[in-house]
Write a protein that binds this ligand. Structure first.
Ligand code: 3SL
Length: 244
C-alpha cells in the first residue's frame, strides 16, 4: 500500500488512476453521506450541478427521493434539505435516495469517481475506512480533501491524519513502518496535525475557516456532531459513478 494525501481535488494528478480514492469533507458533505446511509437511505447520488440534480431526481417518486442542496453553507431554495447531517434521521431518509449537491464535497467525489474503488471518509466513520484499508490493502491510495473552492481546509487534512494515524498504529503491530507506506510529505503533515489536535477536534473545527462560516449560520450542533470520531460503523462506497 502507498498512500498519498491531497489537500484539494485540484492537486490530484491526472494519472495514474488510484486503486482506492477516499473523498473527505468533514464539514459537512461526507459526514452527511455517512449519516444518511447509516440511517437507512437507499443510496446517495451526488451532483455538482443543482439543475442536473433536479432533472435526474424528477424520475423518482417523491416519496422515494430527497433533494439536498447546499451553497455557501446554506440550503438551496427548492431542495428538501440543506447539508446538515443532523437532518438525516431514519424517519427522514429511511428507504429514500438522497440526491445531493454541495459546494466542494460533491465536486471532490466527481474528481475521483474513476478510481477503482471510491470511498468517503469523515471523522465519524474513520474506523470503517481504516478497516477497509487493512482488509483490502489497495496498492495506490489517494486521500483527497475537498477543501473550500480550491483552498486548503484544516478539517479535511486532520481527518486524513486521523485515518493515517490509526492505520499506521495497526500496521506497526505487523512490523510495517509509516515510511514504507507514505507516498508524499503531506502524509506526515496530516498525521502531525491530527496528533497535535486529537483531543480537541471540536476546537480545531472552531478555528477552521469553514467552521467559522458554519458558526455564523448557527451551525454549533453540526460542528459538535462532525467532530466526533468513530461513532458510525458505515463505509460509503461507490457502486456506480456518482452513486454511493
Ligand atoms: O463544501 C461542501 O461540500 C459542504 O460540505 C459545505 S457545508 O458544510 O455544507 O457548508
Amino acid at each position: 500500500m502507498k498512500l498519498f494525501v491531497f489537500h484539494t481535488p485540484e492537486l490530484t494528478p491526472a494519472e495514474p488512476t488510484p486503486d482506492c480514492a477516499i473523498a473527505i469533507d468533514v464539514l459537512r458533505a461526507t459526514t452527511t453521506m455517512a449519516t444518511a446511509l447509516n440511517a437507512g437511505a437507499e443510496a446517495v447520488q451526488v451532483f455538482s450541478s443543482i439543475d442536473e440534480l433536479m432533472q435526474v431526481s424528477e424520475a423518482w417518486l417523491p416519496e422515494k427521493r430527497l433533494r439536498a442542496g447546499e451553497r455557501g453553507g446554506a440550503k438551496v431554495p427548492g431542495c428538501d434539505l440543506g447539508n446538515s447531517p443532523l437532518d438525516c434521521t431514519p424517519e427522514v431518509v429511511g428507504g429514500r435516495r438522497l440526491f445531493i449537491s454541495t459546494t466542494n464535497g460533491t465536486r471532490c467525489l466527481e474528481r475521483v469517481q474513476h478510481a477503482t474503488t471510491v470511498l468517503t471518509g469523515a471523522l465519524i466513520n474513520r474506523s470503517a475506512v481504516v478497516s477497509y484499508l487493512l482488509q483490502h490493502q489497495p496498492e495506490l491510495v489517494w486521500m483527497v480533501g475537498s477543501g473550500w473552492e480550491g483552498s486548503f481546509s484544516l478539517e479535511d487534512t486532520v481527518c486524513a491524519g486521523a485515518i493515517l494515524y490509526s492505520l499506521s498504529q495497526q500496521l506497526a503491530a505487523s512490523g510495517q513502518s509509516l515510511e514504507a507506506i507514505a507516498g508524499n510529505d503531506e502524509v506526515f503533515g496530516a498525521i502531525a496535525l491530527y496528533t497535535q489536535w486529537q483531543d480537541q477536534l471540536l476546537q480545531l473545527l472552531h478555528h477552521a475557516s469553514h467552521g467559522q462560516r458554519l458558526l455564523r449560520l448557527n451551525g454549533h450542533a453540526d460542528l459538535e456532531y462532525c467532530a466526533q470520531t468513530d461513532i458510525l460503523n458505515i463505509l460509503p462506497i461507490q457502486k456506480e459513478p456518482g452513486v454511493l
